[in-house]
Design a protein around this ligand. Structure first.
Ligand code: ADP
Length: 183
């Protein structure tokens, strides 16, 4: 009998790790997770605890938001990790790193990271899923930029994230200026 490979543990099924900053989590991320669950039995959303990236949301805030968002999705585990991704993956029974690709501009960075991770752990593969047409322009960075300036990001991030962004940027509740016959 062939030896059982990591990530093929019968009890766990096929497991993928979806690592990222998720600062904050967007519908683009959720779309990737949803589609990955068609392929994998379990997806671990692994939030990178990397203070050097100077995230808007603390690791605790990002973890809490993701846990609430996935609370009714039992096949998704939300976790955080520090340090090298390959070291974190080694502690799980996952064999696949899941990443999303939006534009060709994502490709070079992702290609280098996937190649580096593969050289650090030859058993590890990175699977890329193409963004969906509804979210190809959605990135955590642009969401933060738009939200900071008071732009609406509803429909691009879950409602909980919309609220947390407003709290974070201490946005005033804007009242529409009424311009009409009574002015
Ligand atoms: P990182 O800081 O590691 O790039 P992100 O949280 O920005 O992490 O993204 C995590 C992963 O999700 C990356 O592979 C990224 O390309 C992918 N991703 C982010 N937004 C989208 C989107 N709108 N569509 C598809 N993939 C996405």
């Amino acid at each position: 009998m062939a030896p059982q490979k990591k990530g093929e543990d019968k009890a766990m099924g096929k497991v993928a790790i979806y690592p990222g900053s998720f600062d904050p989590i967007t519908y683009g991320h959720l779309d990737i997770v949803e589609r990955a669950l068609e392929i994998f039995d379990k997806v671990i959303v692994a939030i990178a605890d990397n203070a050097e990236k100077r995230p808007l949301f603390s690791i605790e805030e990002r973890l809490q938001m993701a846990k609430i968002i996935f609370k009714d999705t039992p096949n998704v585990i939300v976790d955080s990790f520090k340090g090298l991704l390959v070291d974190y993956v080694a502690k799980t029974n996952a064999k696949v790193i899941l990443r999303g690709l939006r534009a060709t501009s994502d490709f070079e960075y992702e290609f280098h990271m996937a190649s580096m991770n593969r050289s650090l752990n030859t058993h590890l593969d990175t699977l890329f899923m193409m963004t969906s047409k509804d979210y190809f322009f959605v990135s955590s960075r642009t969401i933060k930029e738009v939200a900071k300036l008071g732009g609406g990001v509803e429909g691009l991030v879950p409602d909980l994230v919309v609220r947390r962004l407003k709290e974070k940027f201490k946005l005033p509740v804007t009242k529409k200026k009424q311009i009409g016959w009574d002015d």
